[in-house]
Structure formats: structure tokens, C-alpha cells
Design a protein around this ligand. Structure first.
Ligand code: MN
Ligand code: MN
Length: 313
């Protein structure tokens, strides 16, 4: 039985060696692992700025600062878990349907093995490929979606697949158990009043940022937990959910969001949900000169890994 753990930064400086997520070994294996971090550097389904193809490498680069012990959660992820940096899915820039096939094919063995995939985007369109692989093994899953956008538009520029249509497609393909799915954090300006009811009409529960301010974070958390119940769930985190003061490095910013502290705290409180997969998307290093967005993304992934550690039997 192998146990895969990061390079110890008390022995080898953080700036040394080739960058993998949290300094984990870069091995494409599905054996003896609890989780696999997988890059999906695809960004040609973005409607505004591109550049999230460099998201996985930026997140890996700054993630060498992450240490193993999560104090609020009281868990040491390195002691508890074996994990690898699985490398990247070989995407096809500009060709989304081919890319979806590649994502599904490369993720399938990971999901099948029982290891939990944590995908680093890439723009949000990639989640459809991930959900196709996940639903093949687990059936339709509850979706917990943090984003400042709904991503349930029917089509963009006359086309079906892009980062703004991903959850409508997932629903149409039967990959999501919509009765137990919830979207959190939508805000900004909209095309029309209709945008705000469309997701609910599709069956999602929605808590906009405006409503979150009114009901508070504790009530928001309670509603997420109640909605998902004991279903298997997928956590999709679009970094533009975070206020751009804390996460400027993304493609379609929306002002009036929550702080990094509030967000990390929210994720920690979801520790009892049965997540069977995670992703974090839309990090754009070209507009993230101080690396704060990529570092926040690294910390969010660390919170995901901490949940996996807490749930390990
Ligand atoms: Mn999104
Ligand atoms: Mn978004």
C-alpha cells in the first residue's frame, strides 16, 4: 500500500522543485489514493476574457505555500490522506466537444476507482465534461454551485456549449439531481428580470448575493445543507463568486461579493455533505499580478481536501 504525500517544506524549501499542487507527487495513478488534483486548462468557451488555460499552473505554483494542518477544522490532511497531482487533461483548444470527450475519458478511471477528483479550471464550461464522468458512475448528483452567475443560459452567440450554459446542459443530459441542487451568490447586472427566475424555473434552489446579505451566512449554510440532504453532491466553485477585491484574477468580475474569510468559513461548514467531486474554475493569472486569486483558489482546494480528510473513515 503506497501513501502519497507532499514534499516536506520543513526539509526542502517551498520555492524549490517542480511545482505540483501542494507539492504532491505528480503520478497518474488511481491506486492507493483518496483524491486526485487534475488540471483542465481549457478556456476557449469564455464569453469575455480568456486566459484561464493558465489557471492550473498558477494555482499549482503558489500552492507550495499551503501547509498540512487545518486549524479551524482540526485536521491534518497529510496524516489522514494519500493524494496525487494527476497532471492535466489533454484538452483541445477551440474544440469544446472534443475537449468534453477527453475530460470524460480521463476522469472516468479516477471516479471509478473511488478516489475523489478535484479539478482546476479552465473556464466553467469544463464542468460538463466532469459531470458526464461522475454521473456515469454515481448517477445524477446534487449540485452545490458557488458563482456570481447562474450559468444556465440556453445559448450564447447561437451555440449551445460555453461557460454560461453549462448547468442547463448538465440538467438536460440528466447529470444533475435538480431537486437537491442549489446555486449561491448570483449578483451584478443582468440582461433582464427574467435571468433571475430562469434557474428556479429549471428547478434549482437559488440564493442570490442580495438575499445572502439579508438572511446572513448561517441561514445560507443551513439552506444548502437542507437542500442537498444525504445525496451525493458535486461542488463547483467559480472564483468570481468572491468579491473582486479578494479575487481580481478572473474573466467576468462582478462587484459586491463576499470576502475570502467569509468564503473559507462557508466551505468549512459544508463538511458533512457527501461530496464526490469538486472543481474550482475561472482563475485568470494574466490579471492576477500579486497571485492573490490563485492563492485563494489554492486555499479553497485545501478546504476541499480537508473535508475529504474529515470524512475519511
Ligand atoms: Mn461560472
Ligand atoms: Mn461566474
Amino acid at each position: 500500500m503506497n501513501k502519497y504525500v507532499p514534499i516536506n517544506s520543513l526539509e526542502v524549501p517551498r520555492f524549490a522543485e517542480i511545482k505540483t499542487f501542494m507539492r504532491l507527487p505528480n503520478i497518474k495513478t488511481t491506486e492507493d489514493i483518496d483524491y486526485a488534483v487534475i488540471g483542465i486548462p481549457f478556456d476557449t468557451a469564455s464569453t469575455y476574457r480568456t486566459g484561464s488555460r493558465f489557471g492550473p499552473s498558477a494555482i499549482r505554483d503558489i500552492s507550495s505555500l499551503i501547509k498540512p494542518y487545518n486549524a479551524p477544522q482540526k485536521v491534518n490532511v497529510v496524516e489522514k490522506l494519500s493524494g496525487v497531482d494527476y497532471g492535466d487533461v489533454s484538452v483541445n483548444p477551440g474544440y469544446i466537444e472534443d475537449t468534453y470527450e477527453r475530460i470524460e475519458k480521463e476522469l472516468l478511471p479516477v471516479v471509478k476507482s473511488g478516489a475523489i477528483p478535484i479539478c482546476l479550471g479552465g473556464d466553467h464550461s469544463i464542468t460538463l465534461g466532469e459531470l458526464r464522468a461522475i454521473a456515469k458512475i454515481h448517477g445524477p448528483v446534487a449540485l452545490v454551485h458557488f458563482d456570481s452567475h447562474f450559468d444556465t443560459i440556453d445559448s450564447y452567440f447561437g451555440k449551445k456549449y460555453n461557460h454560461g450554459t453549462v448547468f442547463r446542459r448538465a440538467l438536460e443530459e440528466g447529470l444533475i439531481d435538480v431537486e437537491h441542487s442549489i446555486q449561491i451568490g448570483m449578483r451584478g447586472t443582468f440582461y433582464s428580470e427574467k435571468d433571475l427566475i430562469e434557474s428556479e424555473n429549471l428547478g434549482f434552489e437559488v440564493i442570490t448575493s442580495f438575499e445572502m446579505r439579508e438572511i446572513g451566512l448561517a441561514n445560507t449554510i443551513e439552506r444548502i445543507i437542507n437542500r442537498v440532504g444525504d445525496k451525493k453532491a458535486f461542488f463547483s466553485f467559480d472564483i468570481d463568486f468572491v468579491d473582486p477585491a479578494y479575487a481580481p484574477g478572473t474573466g467576468t468580475i462582478e462587484v459586491g461579493g463576499f470576502s475570502s474569510m467569509e468564503i473559507l468559513d462557508m466551505i468549512r461548514k459544508l463538511k458533512d455533505i457527501s461530496f464526490i467531486g469538486y472543481d474550482i474554475v475561472e482563475v485568470l493569472p494574466c490579471v492576477d499580478p500579486s497571485q492573490i486569486t490563485a492563492f485563494l483558489a489554492s486555499n479553497i482546494v485545501f478546504e476541499f481536501i480537508s473535508i475529504i480528510a474529515l470524512q475519511k473513515k
